[in-house]
Write a protein that binds this ligand. Sequence first.
Ligand code: GSH
Length: 210
Amino acid sequence: MIDLYTWTTPNGRKASIMLEEIGLPYTVHPIDISKDEQFAPAFLKIAPNNRIPAIVDNDNGMALMESGAILIYLADKTGKLLAKSGEDRYKAIEWTMWQMGGLGPMLGQVHHFVKYNPGKSAYAEERFSKEALRLYKVLNTQLEGKDFICGDYSIADIACWPWVSRFEWQAVDLNQFPNVKRWYTTIAARPAVQKGYKVPKDMGPIPMPA
Ligand SMILES: N[C@@H](CCC(=O)N[C@@H](CS)C(=O)NCC(=O)O)C(=O)O
């Protein structure tokens, strides 16, 4: 049994979608980051960086933070959504790291400056919006001729998808990125994604592009 500490954000949804996809039983512990619950001493023992998501695997007592590490761990634990060895494994990890180091942090800055603080810094809005479009273009190119980022559905898709699901916050028109739009809508229809998206609570349906 896994304990999942999470909230209604892209990083949190990576973990809940993964748990739904692999079918491991889990208990949800909502950590409301708008109420600073991520700074509670009990949560800090599990996630020393005071950010969600985090898990505890009660089979071995291990606590883990950082969504990329959580995805790799759960994939290895179950033998699902990540090849055990070889090029397929490292390509899926490569694109998961691309999300962790690029797509997520850059889109996070777009959310901060463009959605929540418009007008505070024209420079930051322009810089991060431009970078967001560059990253969408990279993803669109990677998806050319492929159903999923690395061919087969993998942790790389689960890492990237929840960030793309905020395309409206980013003022990104998915019609400019047809491969991303196809990939996004295909994944949105998966029952595990529909379910994981609503953890720890239902915030409404998955946004769909026009
Ligand atoms: N690199 C971390 C980032 C986690 C992260 O930034 N989580 C956000 C929610 S998406 C959070 O907990 N924010 C709380 C805060 O900023 O205090 C991961 O991928 O797990």
